[in-house]
Design a protein around this ligand. Sequence first.
Ligand SMILES: [Zn+2]
Length: 489
Amino acid sequence: MYVQLPFDELKVDPNQKKRIAYFYDADIGNYAYGAGHPMKPHRIRMAHSLIMNYGLYKKMEIYRAKPATKQEMCQFHTDEYIDFISRVSPDNLDLFAKEQIKFNVGDDCPVFDGLFEYCGISGGGSMEGAARLNRGKCDIAINYAGGLHHAKKSEASGFCYLNDIVLGIIELLRYHPRVLYIDIDVHHGDGVEEAFYTTDRVMTCSFHKYGEFFPGTGELRDIGVGKGKYHSVNVPLRDGIDDATYKSIFEPLISKIVEWYQPSAIVLQCGGDSLSGDRLGCFNLSMSGHANCINFVKSFNIPLMVVGGGGYTMRNVARTWAFESGLLNNVILPTELPYNEYYEYYAPDYKLDVRPSNMYNSNSPEFLDKILTNIISNLENTKHAPSVQMNVVPNDAEDLGDIEEDTAEAMDTKGGSEIARDSAIQPDNEFYEEDFKDKEDRMIIDSKDVTEHKSAPATTATTPKEEESSTTKLTDEELKEIREMNESI
Ligand SMILES: [Zn+2]
């Protein structure tokens, strides 16, 4: 069943136009896990700087999302866990000795200054990205501050505290009967898998190193339970997988899943630790090999959310996410790096490339054949997309208000409406849509459809992420400001 495909040069169709919403908050690069910690949010700022200096801001709409609120975070996480995250700081850490153990905060997941705000930015981008996709306001949403796939309902794990992906998928499930989650981080996407392990509304598919490697889960035989049986797909790989080999297992598998499961939205986690030369990873993908996955998933023309994830050799993560942002915009970015604030990081070649090494590929064709055969035979059971009970749901909460009255004078409990506050900080010609509600009845699945499980989301009980009216589209001036701010750091 396994056939090794040739790895061809990546191609885009420059005539194809995708509407892309790119989420970035300039604060993200200021958070630090602590000296010597491999996870460095600064890499997101480096990627952003490349994206801007390559001129991609001319093609995408750039947003700073409103940070996720505690209430929104608790759509997946427990109240007591989020409460802890919001209160703990390096200064009061000794008051939380018991909680640190309970919520797995410590070495891998240290408490650092601004932890809660950091989580808010990561979660806000994924939730608002999902909300925009739901409204049909974009074809692709990008949030490189997201992708934190290890976070659990009540526990931090693997450098992740808030599972922005689960929150984004819960938002998508308000409108989409079936969501496909694809994870190309070198680590197993355990937090997302666990959250949706018992439901057929989300299919998760994780490609990862398996065997004496964090987090230790993601065996071939872990396929989901109850209604979720056959809706968790695990592709356990060995060290040194190269571009052609990865493509040869990724493409046929994703094709089959899309054909049989028929997702109406896809979330793609683009962890950069599967790249060759990663500080923690052990795969051998070049930038093109990694980016081929993004290009392939995009080719299905299904509403797509792209999130970040791991990636511990900063210069390579930044290069790859910039290149992939180009692909999503149907542009192959030129190899010569534009001058940018972090130019010296890209020495000595200053090129937009991550090259593979000569490491041994431990994934034999026989091994991959066994994996592919096993997974495809399980997937046969999903051939007929699950029939879901569709109900008309009432309009979202914010529809209850009268937009006409939502002026700067209108006072609500927050001391002024979102729209009023936003219009106060936006010039008149700036982006926000007054007609931001579709009035059509929407279909959503009965909550009975979601099997009881400690982590299964109650899909109908969620509060919608506030609409794009709460999102600031950056003006040219603000973009310039971001660039200047970056320069001064
Ligand atoms: Zn990872």
